[in-house]
Design a protein around this ligand. Structure first.
Ligand code: ATP
Ligand code: MG
Length: 317
C-alpha cells in the first residue's frame, strides 16, 4: 500500500500491453488485445493473464526510495522462479510464457522486460499478507516487547531480538488498500476477512511452505528468518493459488547461518541478505517526515551485492 507522500510509480510503455497497476516495486500489465476478445477495456478484472514486472525500485517503511538498486528486478524474478520450481506441492500463478502457433514458438514476454517479468493467471487476491516467522525480529520483536505475544500468539518469556522461535508461527497482516499501512492482525481477524475455511487453508499452506523453504535454505547455510506469502483464488475453480513474488530478499529476511550461531550482537547475528541494510541506513538518517533522503552509492552497491550473494548461495547449494 502506498502512503500519500510517495511519488507514484510509473510503468514503462510496453508494446501490446496496457499497464493496469503499479505497486511499490512491481508493475502489472494486461494484453492490450487479448485472444479472448471481450468488449471490455483492458483491465485486471477483465484479463485472464497478467504480466508481473519487477522493477529496480526499492521500498522501506512503505516508502519508495531513490535511487533504485541496479539489477534488483531481475534478481527478485530469478529467485521467485527458482522457488516456484521447488515448491510444487502448492499450485502457483505461473502460466506458460510462450505459445506455439503452427509450429512457431512465440515468446509472450516482451524482450524489454525479459528476465524480470512473470506471466501469471489473474487471481482474486486475498487481502492478507501471510507472514510466517521462524525467528523473532522486526515488527514481531517490537510486538513481543510490548505484549509477550505476536498477532495474539503467546511466546515464551526472555526471548532476545533474533532468537529462534520454538516453532514457526503464522502472523498475518491485513493488506491495506492504497494510502493505508499494512497492520498485523490476529488469526480470528483473518477468519472475519475470508471465512474460516480459507483462513485455515492460508495458515496451513503458509506454514508448510515455510518449513519446506527453510530446509532448502539451511542446506545453503542460510537461515530463512521470516517471509510473507500472498495467495489468490482461481477465478474458475476457486482453488487457492500461491501468487506474487515468493521467498525473495524483499519479502523475506535471510541471515547467514554461521554468523547467527557465532554472533554476539543483534547486528552480527542477523547478517542479512535482504534490504535490512537499506532499512538500517534509513532509520539512522531520516526522522520519517517529508521525503526520504537519497540512498548513498555505497548503500546501493552493498544492497545489490547482498541480493546477488543470496541468489548465488541458494542456487549453487
Ligand atoms: P501495493 O500494491 O499496495 O503498493 P506492493 O507494494 O506490495 O503493494 P507490488 O508488490 O509492487 O505491490 O505489486 C504487486 C501487486 O500484484 C500486489 O498488489 C499483489 O497482490 C498483486 N498480484 C500478485 N500476483 C497476482 C496475480 N496472480 N493476480 C492478481 N494480482 C496479483
Ligand atoms: Mg508486494
Amino acid at each position: 500500500s502506498q502512503s500519500e507522500h510517495e511519488t507514484p510509480a510509473s510503468a514503462a510503455e510496453l508494446d501490446g500491453w496496457t499497464p493496469v497497476y503499479s505497486g511499490k516495486v512491481r508493475d502489472l500489465y494486461v494484453e492490450s488485445n487479448p485472444v479472448e476478445q471481450t468488449d471490455a477495456a483492458p483491465s485486471l478484472q477483465a484479463a485472464s493473464r497478467v504480466l508481473v514486472v519487477a522493477s529496480d525500485r526499492v521500498s522501506a517503511f512503505d516508502h519508495v526510495l531513490e535511487p533504485g538498486i541496479p539489477g534488483k528486478g531481475e534478481l527478485l524474478t530469478t529467485l521467485s522462479l527458482w522457488w516456484f520450481d521447488r515448491l510444487t506441492d502448492v499450485p502457483n500463478h505461473l502460466v506458460p510464457d510462450h505459445e506455439q502457433v503452427g509450429g512457431i514458438v512465440r515468446e509472450l514476454i516482451p524482450g524489454a522486460v525479459a528476465g524480470r517479468a512473470m506471466l501469471c493467471r489473474t487471481l482474486d487476491m486475498y487481502p492478507i499478507e501471510c507472514v510466517v516467522r521462524g525467528y523473532l525480529t522486526g515488527s514481531g520483536w517490537k510486538e513481543y516487547l510490548e505484549s509477550s505475544s505476536v498477532c495474539g500468539i503467546k511466546l515464551p518469556a526472555g526471548l532476545q531480538n533474533g532468537d529462534r522461535l520454538p516453532e514457526p508461527i503464522y502472523t498475518p497482516a491485513w493488506k491495506a488498500p492504497m494510502g493505508q499501512h499494512d497492520e498485523n492482525i490476529s488469526f480470528e481477524r483473518t477468519v472475519e476477512l475470508v471465512g474460516p475455511t480459507i483462513a485455515v487453508e492460508l495458515r496451513t499452506l503458509s506454514l508448510a511452505l515455510f518449513q519446506a523453504a527453510s530446509a532448502i535454505a539451511e542446506r545453503a547455510g542460510v537461515i530463512l528468518a521470516d517471509t510473507k506469502f500472498e495467495f489468490g483464488a482461481d477465478r474458475h475453480t476457486g482453488v487457492t493459488v500461491l501468487a506474487d513474488e515468493v521467498l525473495t530478499s524483499d519479502s523475506s529476511r535471510y541471515w547467514d547461518a554461521e554468523a547467527w550461531r557465532t554472533g554476539t550482537t543483534p547486528e552480527t547475528r542477523m547478517a542479512s541478505f535482504d534490504k535490512q541494510i537499506v532499512r538500517n541506513w534509513l532509520a539512522a538518517n531520516w526522522d520519517g517526515t517529508g521525503t526520504p533522503p537519497e540512498l548513498p552509492t555505497e548503500i546501493v552497491q552493498q544492497t545489490a551485492a547482498r541480493y546477488r550473494e543470496l541468489l548465488e548461495r541458494l542456487t549453487s547449494a
